[in-house]
Design a protein. Structure first.
Length: 171
């Protein structure tokens, strides 16, 4: 398994991964078939992420297939450039193998190198596997967004979680 930063040449494979996650899990934002991103749009988004310098995506590759990713999305605004949002998705057959831990580990290291020390994410309250991973990696629930998601005609609450990264010398 290889974990690396995404490149523009990964656009087609990343779009395929994203659509696969849309179909195979209910824990991501898009419904199956709802994603309308074109290959050209995906290439442009990846290029934009690289050019701005305060966001990136790490992909997990297994036998030349993308099987998971962790995105970290920050801001250039002075008041919030110390924080970034995390999004992670792993295809179900590759879950439970430590891949989430590895993906979050590389995003944490990247964030430290960029001077980001607060990470945030949201997770559906019934996604126990993700909650376990995030707690293990030091994220803590900071609040709840009531009725944040509509899934199969019912509303789902979402936990808002955060983590403060310590500098390497503070470990």
């Amino acid at each position: 398994m290889i974990i690396r930063e995404i490149s523009v040449s990964d656009a087609e494979a990343f779009l395929r991964l994203s659509r696969g996650l849309d179909k195979e899990t209910q824990y991501m934002l898009y419904e199956p078939g709802e994603r309308s991103t074109t290959l050209e749009e995906q290439r442009a988004r990846i290029e934009k992420i690289h050019n701005k310098g305060f966001s990136t995506i790490f992909v997990a590759e297994d036998e030349e297939q993308l099987v998971g990713y962790a995105g970290i999305f920050g801001s250039a605004l002075k008041r919030v450039r110390h924080r970034a949002s995390i999004v992670i998705g792993i295809l179900p057959p590759f879950q439970g193998r430590g891949l989430g831990t590895k993906l979050l580990g590389v995003t944490h290291q990247w964030a430290k190198e960029k001077g980001i020390h607060r990470l945030e994410l949201t997770v559906m309250e019934h996604n126990r596997h993700a909650m376990y991973l995030y707690n293990k990696m030091g994220y803590r629930v900071e609040g709840m967004r009531k009725s944040a998601i509509v899934l199969e005609d019912r509303t789902i609450d979402e936990f808002y979680m955060g983590k403060i990264l310590k500098a390497d010398k503070e470990k």
